[in-house]
Every structure is written in C-alpha cells, then in structure tokens.
Design a protein around this ligand. Structure first.
Ligand code: NAI
Ligand SMILES: O=C(O)C1=N[C@H](C(=O)O)C[C@H](O)C1
Length: 264
C-alpha cells in the first residue's frame, strides 16, 4: 500500500480521516507529516512536539494520532488519546509488558477506541520478524543483531526485543531449551543483552538507519534473516496502513502484522 492511495477504513468517501502527528519535529515524525500530507484520504489537522499541549488534539478534532516521540512520553500521550476517544498508531519504543497491560485495562474502559503498537512499520521488517519466529524451532541456536544510527536513545531496539521474544516463545512452544553457550566469564556483557533468554547485540554506527539480522544455527549450517531500512520512507506505507485500519480495530493490536493478510 503506497502513500497517496485512496483506501480508508476510517473515513467514508469525501471524508478524509483527521490525523495528528506527535513528535512532528523528529526524524520519524517529520517523515510521517509528509506522508500524511501526501495521502489523499487523510487530513493533517495537528502537529505536536515536546511541550505542546495535548489539548490541541481535542481542539483539532483529530480522529487518529500517530505517536513517534520518546519512550518516556509515549504512554502518557496514548493514555490521553484513548481517554478522549482518539485512535492511536504508535511507533515509539518502550512498550514493555507492564505498559501494555495498563493500556489494555484503559482500553477496556473505552471499548470503541483502537490502538496499534507497532515495533516496526516497515513491511520487510515485519516479515523478517515473522520468518524468524517460524524458523526458530528448527535451530539449536538463535541470536539477534540490531544495527542503528548513533542518535538512537534506546537499546536494544524495540524490533530486536520483539523478535527475540517471538523466537523465545517459538522455542518454548517446541520444547527447546536455551541456546548452547559455554561462556563462563563475561564481565563486560560481550555476549549481549538477554531478552527472554535470547542474546541481542546492539551496534550504533554513523551512516546506518535501521538494520537487523537473526542468526539461526545448527551443526554445519546457519540461516541468516536480514533486513535493512536504508531510509525512513520505508516505514511510511506501514504508518498509513495503521492510520487507515486502526479505527476499525477497537482494543489493542500489538504488531502491524495483524493488519496485514500474512496468512492469506
Ligand atoms: N515503529 C517503527 O517503525 C519506528 C519506530 N521508531 C521509534 O520512534 C521513536 C522516535 O524516533 P525518532 O524520530 O528517530 O526520534 P527523534 O528523537 O528524532 O524524534 C522524537 C521527537 O519527539 C519529540 N518529543 C519528545 N517528547 C515529546 C512529547 N512529550 N510530546 C511530543 N513530542 C515529543 C522530540 O522533541 C522529537 O522531535 C523512537 O522510539 C524510535 O525507536 C523509529 C523508527 C521506526
Ligand atoms: O530508533 C529507530 O531508528 C528505530 N526504532 C525502532 C526500534 O527500536 O525497533 C524501529 C526501527 O528499528 C528504527
């Protein structure tokens, strides 16, 4: 689905969906502002950044808010939107299990409102996560390497954390134990962060945007599932898919894959 395509589940013919962007001055937010501006079936009615009043969302009549802010702000932003009946498309990282549980509770009190929490909006990255989960049970070893631009404030990336969680779940469902590892000393964390027991390694390098590799190993073979976002435009078709769909999916949706016909 491309920016500008005229298909919306939130809006009727001649009634574009009213969209707000939070974090509008940021790297992703400014790209999202352009994407919404170029979409025929969406109207950009509000752009907010740090210290702007959330009341502007209500005054603008926004129907869908896109949150691309910072992990420390996103929960309050989304809770404000839900309480005011505004659907949310959220790309910001930091949505751990506790935050998700609190949000589900709030959404149960506002049954008409939909929230999409998308660890990654890029179609390729969503597929790479799914392929990693499918492959996980066939391999003895699994590790994730994520590589990003050095301005990123959080590690590991939300995508890598989600990928590792999906791999861990698939391994557990298949009755697999931990990946083999004889490391006895690792004072500086060279073996990476552990997400649900899966090692995740984070690289920060000038020139990069967002990249990830899942490494899966058996005796005598390795499968690598690799994805690269070279430009933030790669996230925009997913952002718009979220905007177009979220109003028809009340409650919490975790992962853009649920808005894609992956199993069709
Ligand atoms: N789901 C996905 O596909 C993607 C998610 N991300 C995530 O999106 C988030 C933003 O990433 P970037 O744009 O690279 O960061 P950034 O630092 O360039 O932009 C964040 C923006 O949010 C603003 N901001 C901070 N607090 C705010 C508040 N309370 N209300 C409104 N605006 C506020 C900042 O002033 C800044 O302009 C990060 O968590 C990142 O990991 C980034 C790329 C893709
Ligand atoms: O900060 C970024 O840039 C990105 N953040 C998201 C993440 O942490 O997974 C998505 C993508 O990797 C880019």
């Amino acid at each position: 689905m491309n920016a500008g395509e005229d298909v919306s589940e939130n809006s009727t013919v001649n009634e574009p969906v009213k969209v707000a962007v939070l974090g509008a001055h940021g790297r992703m937010g400014s790209e999202a502002v352009r994407a919404v501006d170029n979409a025929k079936d969406a109207d950009l009615v509000c752009t907010l950044d740090h210290r702007d009043s959330l009341q502007q969302l209500v005054v603008s009549g926004a129907q869908v808010a896109i949150d691309l802010t910072v992990p420390s702000a996103t929960e309050d932003n989304v809770r404000f939107c839900v309480a005011h009946g505004i659907h949310c498309v959220v790309g910001t990282t930091g949505w751990d299990d506790e935050r998700l549980a609190r949000l589900e509770q709030l959404l149960s009190e506002h049954p008409g409102v939909g929230v999409l929490i998308a660890p990654n909006f890029s179609i390729g990255a969503v597929l790479a996560m799914r392929f990693s989960a499918v492959a996980a049970k066939f391999f003895e070893s699994a590790e994730v390497i994520e590589l990003h631009h050095p301005n990123k404030v959080d590690a590991p990336s939300g995508t890598a954390a989600r990928t590792a969680a999906l791999i861990a779940q698939a391994r557990q469902d298949a009755g697999l134990g931990p990946s083999p590892d004889s490391t006895e000393t690792d004072p500086d964390g060279a073996r990476g962060a552990k997400v649900d027991g899966v090692s995740v390694h984070s690289v920060r390098l000038r020139g990069l945007v967002a990249h990830q590799e899942t490494l899966l190993g058996n005796e005598g073979e390795m499968l690598t599932i690799k994805h690269d976002s070279f430009d933030r435009i790669s996230f925009m078709s997913g952002v718009l898919l979220g905007v177009r769909t979220v109003g028809s999916r009340p409650g919490l949706t975790h992962g853009l894959e649920h808005f894609m016909d992956l199993d069709a």
